[in-house]
Design a protein around this ligand. Structure first.
Ligand code: BGC
Length: 762
């Protein structure tokens, strides 16, 4: 490795400032005289979008494998497979001359309407964090950097360049930052890309608390913070806020602004040096991997097919699947010939090849199977009864109808959100017309996030969620329909019944530049479960062609200390006739906490591969964090003493085993009583109670005299005096006692007690 400090000391201020802004749309500035090369970045995340021309933002890219998008990848719940996909993408980066790949996209699916949900993994931060970390591991195992994006709270496309996401700190920590924290700590991405939007009033590219205090200092991030393309508005403010590399370039005025600010004493040159140091580190890291050569296109295509097959989710099956050699199959829907394999925007890959779903079906079918095809719905959104009639006729004459339904291509894209959850009216009418004449109707869906199905699902014999399935997805569908692959995908996001049920709906998409995350922590299943609300398909749900029994759950200890954590196991048996895979999920429920907590939260999962009759054990370790919440006052993670359930199941709504355990906290939290603390808070605080209790006894007696009331504490005006004061600040009660009965002014009494408490606590 080069001596970075020595290089920095030889660089002029102009050279340093220039290095902190891109040289082109995709590359950094080289400093030839000091042997500093330029590096190239390209989009991701589900394949390499290597634009040959460094000034072209959206030009057609060099062919690369288009893997399934994140909704599909996430539904595999298979960290090894995701790592393998990352490694394959890394190999393509090496071949195509890419030093840093712009992915993974790690934002939470706050609402199913977010236009970019197809690029995001999940509504759950634990799952997203683990998947991101594996993906980064894979890419970086090839000597190529990843760029974890978009940091943070880029959860909608509406006004994404300027919207101010207003999020309380606990929600931010537990939901919107947690997946980034896991990925940063576990996988050490070379770069983190800041989001466009504002977070609590501050533009993310200038957000010192986010980029420096949390990311770099608290999480120990050693890499480069790169801007989203065009997210920097004020280069000097961004440098002060911890943004190392501005993209895209060139932007000579921005560079000059940095030079001028340093000369004018408005910007400490040390801040520029720090950004340069970080950038040089990854520039030289990238240089260690020689770029060029080819990649195994056929192998990666096969891998894309495998991932698609593992990520597709069988949502409904009345037994029609796997297909039982029907003589004639009616294939209906444009998506059977125009495969939906990726979404719109910067993640768009130019595939090496694309499998035709209908052709793949024919290849997989027994030799004598007859096929008919009709398009079913037009390319635009218009209503075409003639297409419906033609499809229904073919469906009636066949043994089974396979409906390939994709949301119109432009609907799910970067830059704007979806208008609703429904399929188009033509598609709904088509499905209804087909199942009316054909009981064996299988609906194969292509979308990047939840869609509504209530209008038609009862009539469908089976539903397969095939997502935006990547270039080899056509073959994966055939594999599943004919039972060559036993479906094992499980939803990484809840499918709601209706749009109005969704947690963010009344605070989306915001107004006058602000979006308030009013639902707080309660997104996805955390919301539906707290409201005890029915959903179409719960988080973690997915069917298989076989069945699994869960037995003999066990724990390493019934009572354990937070620092030791807990090991949990369960035996799972394949009780059916076909080999299959099961995603075993572990959730934690807190029985009682000092803050509101979700009914349960995912804290572990294991995917098991089981032959018929075979039993394997799924084991996970739960550390302190699995039991913790982010304390809004202490501003740190806290696991409180008390009872917790470990819920083990096949989905969030299908819990098979429960273990109840007791956690003993070893954390000594500082006392947080203050002069506004309530009666209840004084009584519940271990330091406050002994100091306050003698006074409280006297006060209670005096309150009775003041407010009257004998029996059951009832005062003359019909209230329970004790309850009345319980959640008032102590001053509230003291103010109601006649002055002459208090030894000192109320404020002094409270101050004195606080003194005693803090002396005790020290
Ligand atoms: C997107 C990023 C992407 C960048 C470069 C931005 O508009 O938000 O995800 O990496 O463009 O194409």
């Amino acid at each position: 490795m080069q001596d970075i400090q020595s290089i920095i000391s030889q660089m002029t201020l102009e050279e340093k400032a220039a290095l902190c802004t891109g040289a082109t749309v995709w590359t950094t500035q080289e400093v030839e005289r000091l042997g500093v090369p330029s590096i190239t970045m390209s989009d991701g995340p589900h394949g390499v979008r290597r634009v040959a021309n460094a000034t072209g933002l959206t030009s057609k890219s060099i062919p690369a494998t288009a893997f399934p998008t994140a909704s599909c990848t996430a539904s595999t719940w298979d960290l090894d497979l995701v790592r393998e996909m990352g490694a394959a993408i890394g190999q393509e980066c090496v071949a195509l001359g890419v030093d840093v790949l712009l992915g993974p996209s790690n934002n939470m699916k706050r609402t199913p309407l977010c236009g970019r949900n197809f690029e995001y993994f999940s509504e759950d931060p634990f799952l997203s964090g683990e998947l991101s970390a594996s993906w980064i591991d894979g890419v970086q195992s090839q000597g190529v950097g990843a760029s974890l994006k978009h940091f943070a709270a880029n959860n909608q496309e509406y006004q994404r360049l300027c919207i101010d996401a207003r999020i309380d700190e606990r929600t931010l920590r537990e939901i919107y930052l947690a997946a980034f924290e896991t990925a940063v700590k576990k996988a050490r991405p070379w770069t983190v890309m800041c989001a466009y939007n504002k977070l609590n009033g501050v533009t993310c590219s200038e957000h010192h608390e986010l980029l420096v205090d949390i990311l770099k200092k608290e999480w120990g991030f050693e890499g480069v913070v790169v801007s989203d393309w065009g997210a920097v508005h004020d280069r000097v403010a961004a440098l002060k806020g911890g943004l190392d590399l501005e993209m895209p370039g060139p932007k000579q005025r921005r560079v000059q602004a940095v030079v001028d600010a340093v000369r004018a004493g408005e910007l400490d040159e040390a801040a520029v040096d720090e950004a340069v140091r970080r950038i040089l580190r990854i520039v030289f890291l990238a240089e260690e991997t020689v770029k060029g050569g080819g990649f195994d296109a056929a192998g990666h295509h096969a891998l894309a097919r495998k991932i698609a097959g593992e990520g597709m989710v069988l949502l409904k099956n009345n037994g029609v699947l796997p297909l039982k050699n029907p003589q004639r199959i009616a294939v209906i829907g444009r998506a059977a010939q125009e495969p939906c394999f990726e979404g719109g925007g910067s993640s768009h890959v130019n595939p090496t090849r694309v499998d035709d779903p209908l052709e793949e079906l024919k290849k997989a079918a027994p030799a004598n199977t007859e096929f008919t095809y009709s398009e079913g719905y037009p390319k635009d959104d218009s209503l075409r009864q003639d297409l419906i009639d033609a499809a229904a006729e073919q469906a009636r004459a066949a043994g089974v109808a396979l409906l390939y339904i994709a949301l119109p291509g432009y609907i799910e894209s970067e830059g704007y959100d979806r208008p609703g959850l429904d399929l188009t009216p033509q598609q709904v009418a088509l499905i209804q017309a087909v199942y009316t004449v054909q009981p064996n109707t299988v609906v194969i869906l292509h979308n990047g996030s939840a869609v509504a199905m209530s209008e038609w699902i009862d009539g469908a014999a089976a539903v397969l969620e095939a997502w935006m399935m990547g270039q080899a997805g056509g073959g994966a569908i055939a594999d599943i329909l004919f039972g060559k692959v036993n479906p094992s995908g499980k939803l990484a996001e809840t499918f709601p019944v209706r749009l109005v049920d969704t947690p963010a709906q009344i605070n989306f998409p915001g107004e006058y530049g602000q979006v308030r995350y009013g639902e707080g922590l309660f997104i996805g299943y955390r919301y539906y479960e707290s409201k005890d609300m029915p959903v179409l398909f719960p988080f973690g749900f997915g069917l298989s062609y076989t069945s699994f029994d869960y037995r003999s759950s066990r724990i390493s200890a019934r009572t354990f200390r937070d620092v030791d954590g807990l090991t949990v196991s369960v035996d799972v048996t394949n009780s059916g006739a076909m080999a299959g895979k099961e995603v075993v999920q572990f959730y934690v429920r807190d029985h009682q906490a000092s803050v509101a907590r979700p009914v349960k939260e995912l804290k572990g999962f294991v995917k098991l591969d089981l032959a018929p009759g075979e039993t394997k054990t799924a084991t996970i370790h739960l550390d302190t964090r699995a039991f913790s919440f982010y304390h809004p006052v202490h501003r740190r993670w806290v696991a409180e003493s008390g009872r917790f359930d470990i819920l083990i199941g096949a989905s969030a709504a299908d819990i098979r085993c429960v273990e109840t355990v007791t956690l003993q906290s070893t954390v000594e939290l500082p006392c947080i009583l203050n002069n506004e603390s309530t009666v209840r808070e004084w009584l519940e605080d271990p330091h406050g109670r002994p100091v306050f209790e003698p006074l409280y006894r006297r006060l209670k007696a005096q309150m009775k005299e003041v407010f009257g009331g004998g029996e059951e504490n009832k005062s003359a005006i019909g209230m329970d005096t004790e309850l009345f004061f319980m959640d008032m600040p102590l001053s509230g009660i003291l103010d109601h006692i006649p002055e002459e009965r208090l030894p000192r002014p109320a404020e002094e009494m409270i101050e004195e007690m606080l003194d005693q408490v803090y002396r005790r606590a020290a």
